[in-house]
Design a protein around this ligand. Structure first.
Ligand code: AP5
Length: 188
């Protein structure tokens, strides 16, 4: 399963919950990138400024980081991936590779939340966690990047009949229930 949604839409929150329900691995592109930055690897140094500014990391770097995790997770039973793919280029490349291994995503869930709610959530998180990209200016830029890039992704999965959309503004448990219901229907 792929989780698509704006910054703060609950991809990470839902990814954790859904991974427990479906007993598969939760792979979060942002977490993997932040781990590389924290460990000061070559990749981490290359992407640090981009992530801090809320810009997308080049497709090939993300593919090299995320796809091996998906292959490993699939071998262990499956995956919920959040924050990947984030461009039509990533989607096409990931689809090609995962289809070769017969482990392509079966469903893509688009979690929709109003922009004002997203900003409020991320500013609230900023006071608790202090993520460097949770400043008001970078939040605004991240939302703009998402708005500019999401349409081709939705089209990619929509035209393959893999896309379901849920409203992510209710309590997390309600959003999880909506996703489980929508995914169940989509996969009947
Ligand atoms: P990433 O870490 O994926 O950040 P993001 O997309 O901005 O999403 P967030 O992690 O901020 O939010 P989320 O949707 O996971 O929501 P969460 O559950 O945390 O990516 C960071 C950066 O890495 C990107 O900007 C880019 O630079 C780079 N990057 C990552 N992937 C890439 C890719 N594929 N290609 C290129 N570059 C890439 O929830 C947010 C807050 O809201 C939390 O405090 C949570 O407790 C709260 N919350 C969650 N659900 C609810 C709810 N239902 N009601 C109330 N509060 C809620």
């Amino acid at each position: 399963m792929l989780l698509i949604g704006g910054p703060g839409s609950g991809k990470g929150t839902q990814g954790t919950r859904l991974a427990e329900i479906y007993r598969v691995e939760h792979v979060a592109a942002g977490d993997l990138l932040r781990a590389e930055i924290a460990a000061q690897t070559d990749l981490g140094r290359q992407v640090s400024d981009l992530v801090t500014r809320g810009e997308l990391v080049p497709d090939q770097l993300v593919l090299d980081l995320v796809v091996p995790r998906l292959l490993a997770a699939a071998a262990a039973g499956g995956f919920i991936v959040d924050g990947f793919p984030r461009s039509a280029g990533q989607a096409a490349a990931a689809r090609r590779i995962t289809e070769e291994h017969n482990i392509a995503a079966q469903v893509a869930v688009n979690i929709v939340v109003e922009r004002d709610d997203l900003i409020a959530r991320l500013l609230h998180r900023a006071r608790i966690e202090g993520r460097p990209d949770d400043t008001i200016d970078v939040i605004s830029d991240r939302l703009d990047v998402f708005d500019r890039t999401v349409a081709p992704l939705l089209e990619f999965y929509g035209e393959r009949g893999l896309l379901v959309t849920v409203h992510g503004s209710g309590p997390p448990e309600d959003v999880t229930a909506q996703i489980v219901h929508a995914v169940g229907q989509a996969m009947e």
